[in-house]
Ligand binder design. Structure first.
Ligand code: SF4
Length: 416
């Protein structure tokens, strides 16, 4: 199994920075809060809570304290209100967003601002909250089609939008309005991550997307994987992953949203890796280990005129060719074997060049005969021999299936 991690998976620069600022802020005097979770990731939020960061949905419920504005930013009036109430406001708004704030503030006198994005997303609420005017927010084709015959429009995007969606909606607006300035503000971190996810999705059998279920950028990555890969999995942590399902595939790609910490990605990779090793060991254990010259038990699979196939519990089946079936060449395979019969076979070699183990029953017979003969010799027994023919100096014979030579001097007690 090969696991490939998409380039740019996991925390983006803006989120990393916000987490670092929040971690520092908990050491400040007084209680430290964040306005909403710092990242859309439950596990990371819990980790920060353990360090002392309390998540506030409504800052008005608190008297004072330190309050961190997360990377998504916040409306200007909210920040001002918090300051007026005596909060120590620590701004961790992503620098990419701060630049967007500057741009739209510059343009709003001349243009109607249009934002392509989710109106409920805190980033969009934060962007809209920088303006004196009321921006138009569109998130669907229908909404885009309703924007017609406006004076001058300045279109920007939610930083985590899918490129395809932004281009499609901005194009619809552009076609129905005379003067449209389109500014693609999808951030580079998002573009790179989406592009790498698309490329990897085309290259593997299965894709796993890791990230908070409420993380919009992770959900967009998941949409990309579904478009380019037949087998996709969407998880928050390794606990959501069905290992049996995933490990059916030989090449597995992993991508993760901007709010997914590295340790969650590493956990998924490690668990998959260990499970796959355990699984392979179990498979190895379940396979009979065999070596040349071994005699092993097997089950006849089929019998043909020239060969017999045998399941020996090994990763490949074995074949007994006609000349290895019996020392009696006149015997037909069908006379000795039938399907499902349990037999003993001698391993000649592990591979006949076509992946079959080369087996013999003739040699099992020979070895057993030899053992019987040795036992008879050790017990000083008399054995019967069949004379085959006379040769110079004596007779050739077979004894218990073994070729033998009887010197002339041992044939009888008197001269012949
Ligand atoms: S996705 Fe881009 S804009 Fe959003 S926090 Fe990360 S770097 Fe900043």
């Amino acid at each position: 199994m090969i696991i490939k991690i998409a380039d740019h998976a996991g925390f983006c620069g803006g989120v990393k920075r916000a987490v670092k600022i929040a971690e520092e802020a908990v050491s400040f005097k007084g209680d430290t809060y964040s306005l909403g979770p710092i990242v859309h990731n439950k596990q990371q939020t819990e980790a920060l809570e353990k360090k002392g960061l309390q998540v506030l949905e409504d800052y008005k419920e608190q008297e004072t304290g330190n309050i961190v504005i997360r990377s998504h930013g916040a409306a200007k009036c909210v920040v001002e209100d918090m300051e007026n109430r005596g909060f120590n406001v620590i701004d961790a708004t992503c620098p990419v967003l701060l630049k967007i704030y500057e741009k739209i503030k510059e343009k709003e006198e001349e243009y109607q601002i249009v934002i392509i994005g989710d109106p409920e997303h805190p980033e969009i609420i934060g962007i809209a909250g920088q303006l004196e005017q009321k921006p138009i927010i569109v998130n669907t084709k229908d909404e885009a089609e309703k924007i017609k015959n406006q004076e001058k429009l300045y279109i920007i995007s939610q930083t985590t939008n899918r490129m395809e969606k932004f281009l499609e909606l901005s194009d619809i607006i552009d076609r129905s309005n005379a003067y449209v300035l389109i500014d693609n503000t999808i951030c580079n971190a998002t573009r790179n991550r989406q592009q790498a996810t698309e490329e990897l999705s085309k290259d593997v059998e299965a894709m796993i997307t890791i990230g908070g279920l409420n993380s919009s950028n992770t959900n967009k990555l998941y949409e990309i994987t579904k478009k380019h890969c037949k087998n996709t999995f969407r998880i928050e942590t390794v606990d959501d992953l069905s290992l049996q399902e995933v490990l059916k595939f030989n090449t597995i790609g992993i991508t993760a949203g901007a709010s997914t910490p590295d340790w969650i990605i590493e956990e998924v990779v490690n668990v998959m890796d260990n499970y796959s090793k355990d699984f392979m060991e179990q498979v190895e254990d379940s396979i009979t280990k065999i070596y040349p010259k071994d005699i092993v038990k097997g089950r006849v699979l089929y019998v043909r005129d020239n060969e017999v196939a045998v399941d020996i519990g090994y990763r490949s089946d074995g074949l007994i060719k006609h000349d290895e079936i019996s020392s009696d060449e006149s015997v037909k395979p069908q006379d000795l074997f039938k399907p499902e019969q349990e037999i003993e076979v001698y391993v000649i070699k592990m591979d006949d060049g076509e992946g079959n183990v080369v087996l013999s029953t003739r040699r099992v017979e020979g070895l057993k005969n030899w053992e019987n003969l040795v036992d008879a010799y050790n017990a000083d027994e008399t054995v019967e021999a069949q004379v085959v023919r006379e040769v110079k100096g004596g007779l050739l014979a077979t004894v218990k299936g073994i070729n033998a030579f009887i010197p002339g001097s041992q044939v009888t007690t008197h001269y012949v």
